[in-house]
Design a protein around this ligand. Structure first.
Ligand code: SF4
Length: 71
């Protein structure tokens, strides 16, 4: 484990593909109204997994919040 990190979605970049929600349904939720992904409040991922999800977003809308708590 390399520590848990928070993530954020750039709402202007997200195109609502839902890849993130498919990979991590506990962390990402597509909004019912605008179809854009939101990070669930307080959700964290292991850093390695977070990096993978960041990479898989087709519009590069997801990023790791670097002042995350380490646990
Ligand atoms: S994978 Fe990226 S573009 Fe697709 S819903 Fe998630 S944040 Fe948006």
């Amino acid at each position: 484990m390399s520590g848990a990190v928070h993530l954020t979605v750039d709402l202007d970049r997200c195109i609502g593909i839902g890849q993130c929600e498919m990979l991590e349904p506990e962390v990402f939720r597509l909004d019912d109204e605008d179809g854009i992904s939101r990070v669930v409040d307080g959700a964290t991922l292991d850093r390695a997994r977070a990096a993978e999800v960041v990479e898989r977003c087709p519009s590069m809308a997801i990023s790791i919040v670097e002042d995350s708590p380490s646990g």
